[in-house]
Design a protein around this ligand. Structure first.
Ligand SMILES: *[C@@H]1O[C@H](CO)[C@@H](O)[C@H](O)[C@H]1NC(C)=O
Length: 382
């Protein structure tokens, strides 16, 4: 029973911080590479094959001077991670599980060459990183903050692998910085993910120069210790941390004046089973297989997660000491549970439903509550 209780706790917890998010897929040429699912993957044995480093939960890295800033709170373990093969100059779509519009801030993407390869490289010492893309605050855009633009276009972002970088393995570090409580020291909330890439091509550039940790200063009054309000009012110019985008990076892809897009649906999934030799399968088939035929085994784990909103609390999940078998039921596209709804009205682009969500479910005039995924429904223009 303790095992089941632990799972319920994990699920309840995931709902309680559902304003946060994590990177869920990298889409390369129509193939979705699944990334670490912090609320379900730890319970599988064997662990699924994922293409990024483990993250502890969907909450932020709070405090930017520890090595947790490098690749999120998850241990930055480089071993046993899948590698996505791409060519220099290729475009990637970086898909979040969700992103709430209350968490405004910049969207930044960095890379670092893995020396000698990504299976052993941590990137948390020296200055191996270089920035390949950034969208901070741009008053000519609607919405003007990068993360709000990301949310509005469907919780995804597109970047180009710099065309002239040397071939080899790289970490791609994609990050949202939530600034909604950044007026407090260490209130800035960082949401990084590190994806493993193998870049092919004939380029010879080897940029670097950014240290993570190191580049982010808690007292940076242009990018980190700031008031969203002042910037929104045009009283202050915003400069994202981490220095400028590398001069030979490709042009940004989020260029339309008004963010448009639609929620991403994976059509072909890359292998998610260790040792699998099969090519890609249809997402529907793969998802059904994953959720119906898999009997999972709970594994012993101790995790400390940080709930972040304006206040920060710490919670420790006790180790599961018994091993239980359970069969998960298939996820369907129609069952979504919003528990303990209070009725009421949510503003434009606010959350209005989803598993574990307990807030208001109505939308302001002109908006309707649209299901984005099982965990997130959003008030979108009617
Ligand atoms: C890094 O993250 C882990 C997991 O959330 C946490 O236990 C640890 O205290 C963090 N380390 C620092 C220095 O903040």
């Amino acid at each position: 029973m303790r095992s089941i209780a632990a799972v319920s706790l994990a699920l309840a917890f995931s709902g309680s911080v559902s304003a946060h998010g994590y990177l869920k897929y990298v889409d390369h040429k129509g193939i979705a590479y699944g990334l670490w699912e912090p609320f379900s993957d730890p319970y599988y044995n064997p662990l699924p094959l994922r293409y990024d480093r483990t993250i502890a939960d969907n909450g932020p890295v709070v405090g930017m001077q520890s090595s947790n800033i490098t690749c999120n709170n998850g241990g930055n373990n480089p071993a046993n991670v899948g590698v996505i093969e791409v060519a220099a100059g290729d475009t990637l779509k970086l898909v979040w599980d969700q992103w709430g519009s209350s968490h405004s801030g910049p969207v930044m993407t960095y890379m670092a060459k893995c020396t000698p390869n990504c299976a052993s490289f941590k990137g948390d010492t020296g200055s191996p990183w270089f920035k390949i893309d950034e969208f901070g605050y741009d008053a000519t855009k609607n919405p003007p903050w990068g993360s709000d633009y990301l949310a509005r276009q469907g919780a995804w972002w597109r970047v180009t692998i710099p065309p002239t970088i040397a071939s080899g393995e790289y970490l791609l570090r994609h990050e949202i910085l939530g600034l909604h409580v950044a007026h407090e020291l260490n209130g800035a909330q960082f949401y990084p993910s590190c994806v493993h890439l193998k870049v092919t091509g004939t380029g010879s550039d080897s940029p670097s120069g950014v240290a993570l940790p190191g580049a982010y200063d808690p007292n940076d009054k242009d990018g980190i210790l700031i008031s969203l309000y002042q910037i929104n009012q045009g009283e202050k110019v915003y400069t994202a941390p981490g220095g400028p985008v590398w001069s030979k990076a490709a042009a940004p892809l989020q260029t339309t004046a008004t963010a448009t897009g639609s929620v991403y649906t994976a059509t072909s999934l890359a292998p998610s089973v260790r040792g699998a030799t099969t090519a890609t399968t249809s997402a529907t088939t793969a998802a059904t297989t994953a959720s119906t035929s898999r009997t999972t085994t709970l594994v012993t784990s101790t995790r400390t997660t940080t709930a972040a909103s304006s206040t920060t609390t710490s919670r420790t999940t006790t180790p599961v000491t018994t091993t239980t078998s359970r069969t998960t039921t298939p996820a369907t596209t129609t069952s979504r549970t919003t528990t303990g709804s209070t009725g009421g009205t949510v503003g434009a682009w606010g959350q209005c439903g989803g598993i574990g969500y307990t807030g208001a479910t109505g939308c302001v005039s002109g908006y309707t509550c649209k299901v984005l995924n099982d965990y997130y429904s959003q008030c979108t223009p009617a």
